[in-house]
Ligand binder design. Structure first.
Ligand code: ZN
Length: 264
């Protein structure tokens, strides 16, 4: 299983000023290649970091905030060879696919038609992409229908998406080998409906994955130092914690070089 981060930025200032890239991340698992939350610049970052996005088999958009969806149509175009081949799967929450409550659908009917299939997921619902089972989890975020995800194949990876920690969140991620958390704020600084380092500690302690990766950093998180925060979370939880970097590819298998070895 490999992850490639086409961006590690989150929060308005970091996104608008592109202090970090914001292209989402790509999960390679059991012959599937899934682009998750393709935000502003996803296409450009994929080219910059030489990620082979022609091989994408699915695009997943966890909620209808622009830093998670703006390049979704572009990635569908790449996946379907410009709409010429009916290929690939899109998974989104209710607002991403259907709009409503002040949100509009983020993907046009043209692009939906280019896909092999698309699915609206709500918490506790599952779909399959090839041999992978994808489960939607609940979030507590300013986008009220946002979902987190669990990808279950030969290994299991959980993704919190945006949102603050809540009691019971861990039940969705039990048994996850790896956990990706969107941690917008450092320890000591709260932002309602967004996760900070203390809340990450709570979730990681309850789930006990082999590796946790923190991502989607806001300005105050960058100022605090993402590696410092990762180290602090690691000390509190006893779980290996890695702060994602723009353009980083990481192999999550237990290789001879060690667990969670960076490839680049
Ligand atoms: Zn959001």
């Amino acid at each position: 299983m490999r992850l490639t981060f086409l961006g590690t930025g989150g929060g308005r200032v970091v996104v608008m000023k592109q202090l970090k890239a914001t292209g989402g991340w790509v999960l390679e698992i059991d012959n599937e290649k899934i682009h998750i939350d393709p935000g502003p610049g996803a296409l450009v970052r994929a080219r910059q970091y030489r990620t082979k996005i022609e091989r994408l088999t699915a695009v997943v958009v966890s909620h209808a905030h622009p830093d998670h969806y703006t390049d979704a149509e572009m990635m569908i175009e790449v996946m379907t060879e410009g709409g010429r081949k009916r290929k690939g799967v899109l998974i989104g929450n209710e607002h991403v696919i259907n709009g409503g409550d002040g949100y509009r659908p983020v993907v046009s009917p043209f692009h939906l038609n280019a896909l092999e299939a698309y699915h609206v997921l709500t918490p506790n619902r599952k779909v399959r992409i090839g041999n992978i089972e994808v489960l939607a989890t609940e979030t507590r975020h300013t986008e009220p229908k946002g979902i987190g995800l669990v990808f279950k194949g030969s290994r299991t990876l959980g993704y919190t998406s945006d949102g603050e920690y809540f009691k019971g969140q861990e039940k969705y991620f039990q048994g996850c080998d790896y956990l990706v958390l969107n941690v917008l704020r450092p320890k000591g600084i709260k932002w309602p409906k967004h996760m900070n380092s203390e809340q990450a500690v709570k979730l990681i302690s309850a789930v006990k994955p082999k590796i946790a990766i923190i991502n989607h950093f806001g300005l105050l998180m960058l100022k605090a130092g993402v590696d410092k925060e990762a180290k602090w979370i690691e000390e509190q939880t006893g779980v290996k914690v890695i702060a994602a970097k723009d353009g980083m590819t990481i192999n999550l298998e237990n290789t001879p070089e060690g667990l969670g070895k960076w490839i680049r």
